[in-house]
Design a protein around this ligand. Structure first.
Ligand code: DOR
Ligand code: ZN
Length: 335
């Protein structure tokens, strides 16, 4: 049987939530990933050193001993330098949300005035704290990411030493930015390597494929595939796995977020194999992230096999992408 082994897989963009949801979903990521960048959009958001330390402790308590490293983030505000110095040892990055752009982002940034942000961003740059960005404007939904490119240009050119991660990119415009600025990087989800808008709303509306940023056009999908499959050194895997209870997805006001954590590696094997690029998956799912973030995860070896895997209908009340469908790769063993 065909098999493929991945060393220290990393999920560089993950929502783990809190309380019972955290207890239900964290072990699923801890099973197949060595570590993950954990998003701070809790209610209320993770904004202080105490918040970060306490949230990390709750994550560690929810996963089997020493099986998983949560790389913690802080919710971006225009923090001052003294505060950043006091919290720097506790965090791996800071996540910036435009206010109200997605789930639990109401406390985000409402102005991208560079001078207002300069003290914070310059301090982050000096202290080598990466800035992770949800890059969407409040424009027409299909244009939101492309419209945000001018803000990435502004940030990247004003803070040339600041590592800026364009999170969960979905467009050709974002792919093209990678080679324009040395300090711009990107995460790509597995669902954005598969879906276009047609899959979400082209037939019956599919709430479990609805996320922000929404999947775009075929030419955008092609651009994302080209850099992911080539394991472009500035891109890394970040699932943006975002669990919502079933009733919040299957409702007249569907929450944005696709739950992929337990099927992500299986799907990635399927995609990379389909394009005969399995040899590049290790770089996409771990090595690039290790170089970009300068992190060194604990050893973990995940072996996948090419055999049918039926995706569970739900995981403790959270419906995953492709629930009930059969994938062609399964996780065989984790060491
Ligand atoms: O679809 C999304 N869900 N996009 C985000 O940016 C946030 C996430 C969530 O937290 O549910
Ligand atoms: Zn996210």
């Amino acid at each position: 049987m065909k098999s493929h082994t991945l060393l220290m897989p990393l999920d560089m963009h993950l929502h783990l939530r809190d309380a019972v949801m955290l207890e239900n979903v964290a072990p699923l990521s801890a099973y197949s990933f060595s570590g993950a960048i954990v998003m701070p959009n809790l209610v209320p958001p993770v904004e202080t050193a105490e918040d970060v330390i306490a949230y990390k402790a709750r994550i560690m308590a929810a996963v089997p001993n020493d099986s998983f490293e949560p790389y913690m983030t802080l919710f971006y505000k225009n923090y001052n330098k003294a505060f950043l110095e006091s919290v720097a040892d506790e965090i791996t990055a800071i996540k910036l949300y435009p206010a109200g752009i997605t789930t639990n982002s109401e406390g985000g940034i409402s102005s991208f005035d560079v001078e207002e942000m300069r003290p914070t961003l310059q301090a982050m740059s000096d202290m080598e704290i990466p800035l992770c960005v949800h890059g969407e404007t409040d424009g027409f939904v299909m244009d939101r990411e492309a419209e945000f490119m001018s803000i990435y240009e502004l940030l990247a050119s004003n803070f040339p030493k600041l590592k800026i991660i364009m999170e969960h990119i979905t467009t050709k415009e974002a792919v093209d930015m990678l080679d324009k600025f040395d300090n711009l990087y990107a995460t790509i989800t597995v669902h954005h390597l598969i879906l276009t808008l047609d899959d979400v709303v082209g037939g019956m509306m599919k709430p479990h494929l609805f996320c922000k940023p929404i999947a775009k056009r075929p030419e955008d999908l092609d651009a994302l595939l080209s850099v992911a499959l080539a394991a472009h050194p500035k891109v890394m895997f970040g699932s943006d796995s975002a669990p919502h209870p079933q009733h919040k997805k299957e409702s007249c006001g569907c929450a944005a977020g696709i739950f992929t954590a337990p099927i992500a590696l299986q799907l990635l094997c399927e995609i990379f194999e389909q394009f005969d690029k399995l040899d590049n998956l290790q770089a996409f799912v771990s090595d690039n992230a290790q170089s970009i973030y300068g992190i060194c995860p604990e050893f973990k070896e995940v072996t996948l096999e090419k055999r049918p895997f039926v995706v569970p209908e739900n995981y403790s009340g959270v419906v995953p992408m492709y629930a009930g469908e059969t994938l062609s790769w399964a996780i065989e063993n984790v060491d």
